[in-house]
Structure formats: structure tokens, C-alpha cells
Design a protein around this ligand. Structure first.
Ligand code: SF4
Ligand code: SF4
Length: 293
């Protein structure tokens, strides 16, 4: 199954709305049963990880270590996570002769297949749009089954609503990063690490936000802190935190001292980028050095 949620794909396939009628049915008796799970390339959303780690009674850190590998969504870009296949093979670790062993908690990409969710933002628009594409792979015989339904009905059947809803904030962060254009130099290692921890390693993020150092910087009420017992609530806070740290959308109150330090860091970072840009311009204006010089 070569299926991702395509938040950053440079190739724009034919796009459809939810009312598009598709012909498709997948069932246990079909000749290609399990074919799609024998060779996987599946990106996980933060909510996929939350569901799977719960299902397997693991911490997010343990789940990431055993069942995933990290990848970069675009050069110098954003950290992503993919399902790790079986050792020395391409099949999914959750595949059995009977089908998917984590079926009720299977990832978003597996639910969508053969539909793909496309998230995009037009340059002159402030709203994110969602559209769909259809993936037709040779080995998948489901396209020849006599059943027609709209993509909206297919999404309902596959229980996608809570998955899409819970990871919407993550997709928006990726779009925001994309539409903010190329940055000079790599994003700092710390911001990449923060993104990875907040989105994918939720149990570590919980340790981080309940630590003393976090609480000397941010002012969080006891009521709000109590809601973090729920992974689902904490995940939404993680997206909010990242919007603040990465894009300056301040919604979490900071202590006076922390505000001062943060402003200084922002100013230092702005200076660093300006100096890098000036150095780059100077180098371009000088042109290549003559060998005899
Ligand atoms: S998680 Fe389940 S449906 Fe998805 S690739 Fe693995 S076995 Fe197949
Ligand atoms: S019909 Fe397609 S999705 Fe279903 S088992 Fe066959 S290859 Fe996989």
C-alpha cells in the first residue's frame, strides 16, 4: 500500500470533492486480499499513533521505537513518521492471514485507501481546503467490484471523521510551514525536536509540559493541567503550543520573565537570519572567483 495523506506532495493528482462517486469494495474473499499490506509506505498522523499505542498498551516512545521510523517530509522541512515494515521485508507488522490485526485502530492512510486526502492552502486564501484523489494500483482489484458510493459515504464507512478531526491541527501546521516559504538555513534542531515530540511522542510531551521548567515559563491553570490526563486533549494542546513556538501565535500565557527572554530570542533569531541573507547576497553579487585571482 503506497498511501500517504499527501500534505506536502509536489505532484497534484486529479482532485475530487466528497460527492464524487467511486466504484470500490474491499472484502476478505477478494483475490488480492492483503496484497496492499504486503508492501507498505504509510505515513502516520499524530492521532494514528495515539490510537495504536493505546491498542498495544505501549507508551508513545515504545511504539515509535518498535513500529515506526522517522522521515523528513520535505528538504529542511518537517519531521514525519512512517510505519516500519517487518524486519528484512516490506510487509506491515500488523498483517496476519486473517487481515489487519489492529483493524479497529488502523491508521488514517489504511482507512482512506484507495482514496487520498489532500490538504492545501491557496496563497491568497486564509482557509485550508480539503480535497480527495483516487489511487489506482495494479494489484488492487477492489476497483472492479460492483459497488458505487460517494467518497463522503466511504469516509463514513471507514470511520474517518474522528481521525481527520483529531489531526486537523497537525495538517494545518504542515501547511503553515509550507506556505511560509523557504527559510534561510535549516530550522533549528530544537524546533524540529519539539515538533517531533509534541506531535508524535505524546507521553514524553506530557512529561515536558508537567515539568518544573515548563511551568516556570508558561502560566497554566490547575483546571487546564488536569485535562491533560486525556491524550486527545493533550494532543490539541500540543498543536496550540507548536503554533505559539513556531509561528508566534500566542495563546498560552507566559510569565513576565519568560516573555522578556522570548522577545530577546526572537530578536536574536531575526538578526541571525538577516546577517545570513546579507552574506548570501554579497556572495551572489561578487560572482564566482576567477581562478587566476
Ligand atoms: S495497519 Fe493494517 S491495514 Fe494498515 S497496512 Fe498494516 S495490516 Fe494493512
Ligand atoms: S481490494 Fe485493494 S485494498 Fe482491498 S485487499 Fe485488495 S489490494 Fe487491498
Amino acid at each position: 500500500m503506497n498511501q500517504n495523506t499527501y500534505p506536502t506532495s509536489p505532484v497534484m493528482p486529479e482532485m475530487f470533492e466528497g460527492d464524487k462517486v467511486i466504484q470500490f469494495r474491499c472484502h476478505k474473499g477478494i483475490a488480492c486480499f492483503n496484497a496492499c499490506c504486503r508492501s507498505i509506505d504509510i505515513s502516520l498522523t499524530p492521532y494514528d499513533i495515539l490510537r495504536l499505542k493505546k491498542r498495544l498498551s505501549l507508551t508513545s516512545t515504545e511504539f515509535l521505537e518498535h513500529f515506526t521510523f522517522p522521515f523528513e517530509m520535505e528538504a529542511n522541512g518537517i519531521a514525519g513518521v512512517k510505519l516500519k515494515p517487518v524486519e528484512n521485508g516490506t510487509a506491515c507488522q500488523f498483517m496476519t492471514d486473517e487481515g489487519c490485526s489492529v483493524y479497529e485502530d488502523r491508521p488514517t492512510a489504511c482507512r482512506y485507501y484507495p482514496v487520498a486526502l489532500l490538504s492545501m492552502r491557496k496563497q491568497d486564501e486564509y482557509v485550508d481546503r480539503e480535497a480527495y484523489a483516487l489511487v489506482k494500483e495494479e494489484h488492487c482489484l477492489g476497483h472492479y467490484e460492483q459497488r458505487s458510493l460517494t467518497i463522503d459515504d466511504y469516509r463514513n464507512e471507514q470511520g474517518l471523521e474522528p481521525f481527520d478531526e483529531a489531526s486537523r491541527g497537525w495538517r494545518q501546521l504542515i501547511l503553515k510551514k509550507k506556505s511560509s516559504g523557504p527559510t534561510i538555513g535549516k530550522p533549528s534542531k530544537r524546533s524540529l525536536q519539539l515538533f517531533f515530540m509534541a506531535c508524535y511522542d505524546l507521553d514524553r510531551f506530557r512529561e515536558f509540559v508537567t515539568s518544573e521548567s515548563f511551568n516556570t515559563i508558561y502560566t497554566i491553570s490547575d483546571e487546564e493541567r488536569a485535562t491533560w490526563a486525556s491524550d486527545e486533549v493533550l494532543l490539541q494542546f500540543a498543536f496550540r503550543f507548536l503554533r505559539q513556538v513556531l509561528f508566534g501565535e500566542e495563546s498560552i500565557k507566559m510569565s513576565e520573565d519568560a516573555v522578556f527572554v522570548r522577545r530577546k530570542q526572537v530578536e536574536d533569531e531575526r538578526m541571525r537570519l538577516e546577517l545570513e541573507a546579507a552574506a548570501l547576497r554579497a556572495q551572489q553579487e561578487e560572482g564566482p572567483m576567477d581562478e587566476d585571482e
